[in-house]
Design a protein around this ligand. Structure first.
Ligand code: NAD
Ligand code: UGA
Length: 470
């Protein structure tokens, strides 16, 4: 029986390993983490992450060939294949601060593997890492190896949150990068054999290590660039009377452009797009390519511009001040069907409105109050560094921010509503009832373009959408 161990029981490690366990009943999969709390949650009925379909998959395999454990060293030493799926956040201090990837967690995992390994191992980079990381990891492992052979593979993950299970079940492709030596090729084949249990072999792409590492950064950069492109167009649409949905549709029907990932929004969020582009920018700069670095930096600049533009629109529409006004925030997660708030645009929008002295009443179906308060009290980039996880001051936002458990409560007596996550349930709200309970004029700022604008206007709302005529 092949034994797999995955270091890091997060948004990637948990679902990915659950899918491998489901599809490979002859493989024993252990997912380990230094966070005992996270492991306990994986072993409970209340999983640490919200992801549609995940619980059903976990329930089918847990205790059979899928195990969650905090005994990291035991499972690492027993495994044939070790996935490393730890966080790789943006550095907050020192060389490359604000751009470079912080590989502290990765390096400590690699050193631990070298320490406890007693047999040959295939070590798989699952985390998103800077190109050439495998070389550094190889050095750490081989310089500390006691006659043990380590083969390093790059196998970046392309799942998106909210659709992780279907992405894993039916991936566009699985990418495996390895050394082009006989041992390297053998290791690639071993990992390919695992995925081939359910992924058609023509969708398993094999490349060299550096291509696999760079492809992951490139894929996220291209995806984010599409959103910044359509968001840049949305500003021009607002200035000219064009409608960004019509423009997206018109250009997306060109098969060379395609219709996906063309929704204008308040800005992209999530733990990876910004982090991975900053990482790419840093690598370009280090390689003496400032023009290439600047090109990708622009994707983030447009995203920041879009968030600021949204806040400015709210304030300017409400007679240039939101001071003391109650604003309802519908949705705090960075997208629907997840409780994840990492780099959510809601943080920037809320902070912007608080900067103008608004009072906020926030509702998200999956994000708890504690998480929202923590997010609003934390400095940029600190969220993924456990040592910084406590807010620096005693919660400065608590007085102006309320978190409530229903959209009607959030909007009661409010002057305006900001829709910041595209939760399906927001489309079905009784807006007449909401309107009746709000201050007048009642504003809706739809940061996700999910509202029926005509219907809202008929009720009496003043509605602002992204990239649409006023
Ligand atoms: P996460 O923060 O949810 O999970 C990482 C886990 O690793 C944490 O639970 C942490 O406690 C654990 N960990 C850190 N150091 C450890 C160590 N030395 N030993 C054991 N456990 C350790 O992060 P995530 O969202 O799963 O992302 C992981 C990686 O995958 C990142 O590099 C990210 O860029 C990449 N990625 C994420 C997504 C996504 O949708 N979230 C998708 C593709 C790729
Ligand atoms: C993204 C990629 O889609 C995954 O392929 C990748 O594996 C992952 O990052 C990663 O490396 O972490 P994710 O961030 O989970 O996945 O979610 P997306 O669906 O890509 O959405 C990212 C952000 O862009 C969200 O805030 C979303 O609302 C926004 N978005 C997306 C738009 O504003 N418009 C769109 O058309 C699409």
């Amino acid at each position: 029986m092949v034994k797999i161990c995955c270091i890091g029981a997060g948004y990637v490690g948990g679902p990915t390993m659950a899918m491998i366990a489901l599809k490979c009943p002859k493989v024993e999969v252990a997912v380990v983490d230094i966070s005992v709390q996270r492991i306990n949650a994986w072993n409970s009925d209340s999983l640490p992450i919200y992801e549609p379909g995940l619980y059903e998959v976990v329930k089918q395999c847990r205790g059979i060939n899928l195990f969650f454990s905090a005994d990291v060293e035991k499972h690492v030493s027993e495994a044939d294949i070790i996935f490393v799926s730890v966080n790789t956040p943006t550095k907050t201090r020192g060389l490359g601060a604000g751009k470079a990837a912080d590989l502290t967690y990765w390096e400590s995992a690699a050193r631990m593997i070298a320490d406890v390994a007693k047999s040959n191992k295939i070590v798989v980079e699952k985390s998103t890492v800077p190109v050439k990381t495998a070389e550094a990891i190889e050095k750490i492992l081989t310089h500390n190896a006691k006659g043990i052979n380590f083969q390093i593979l790059s196998n970046p993950e392309f799942l998106a949150e909210g659709t992780a299970i279907s992405d894993l079940l039916n991936p566009d492709r699985v990418l495996i990068g390895g050394r082009e030596t006989p041992e390297g090729k053998k290791a690639v084949q071993a990992l390919k054999d695992v995925y081939a249990q359910w992924v058609p072999t023509d969708r398993i792409l094999c490349t060299n290590l550096w291509s696999a590492e760079l492809s992951k950064l490139a894929a996220n950069a291209f995806l984010a660039q599409r959103i910044s492109s359509v968001n840049a167009m949305s500003a021009l649409c607002e200035a000219t009377g064009a409608d960004v949905s019509q423009v997206s549709h018109a250009i997306g029907t060109d098969s060379r452009i395609g219709p996906k990932f063309m929704n204008a929004s308040v800005g992209f969020g999530g733990s990876c797009f910004q982090k991975d582009i900053l990482n790419l920018v840093y690598i370009c700069e280090c390689n003496g390519l400032p023009e290439v670095a600047n090109y990708w930096k622009q994707v983030i600049k447009v995203n920041d511009y879009q968030k600021t533009r949204f806040v400015n629109r709210v304030v300017s529409s409400m007679f240039n001040t939101v001071s003391g006004k109650k604003i309802a925030i519908l949705g705090f997660a960075f997208k629907k069907d997840t409780g994840d708030t990492r780099e959510t645009p809601a943080i920037d929008v809320c902070k912007g409105l608080l900067g103008d002295k608004a009072r906020l009443s926030i509702f998200d179906p999956q994000v708890p109050e504690e998480q929202i308060m923590r997010d609003l009290s934390m400095n940029k980039f600190d969220w993924d560094h456990p040592v910084h996880l406590q807010p620096t001051s005693s919660n400065p936002v608590q007085q102006e921010v309320g978190v409530v458990f229903d959209a009607y409560e959030a909007t009661k007596d409010a002057h305006g509503i900001c829709v910041l996550t595209e939760w399906d349930e927001f489309r079905k709200l009784d807006f007449q009832k909401i309107y009746n309970n709000m201050q007048k004029p009642a504003f809706v700022f739809d940061g996700r373009n999910i509202m029926d604008v005509e219907k809202l206007r008929e009720i009496g709302f003043i509605v602002y959408s992204i990239g649409k005529p006023l």
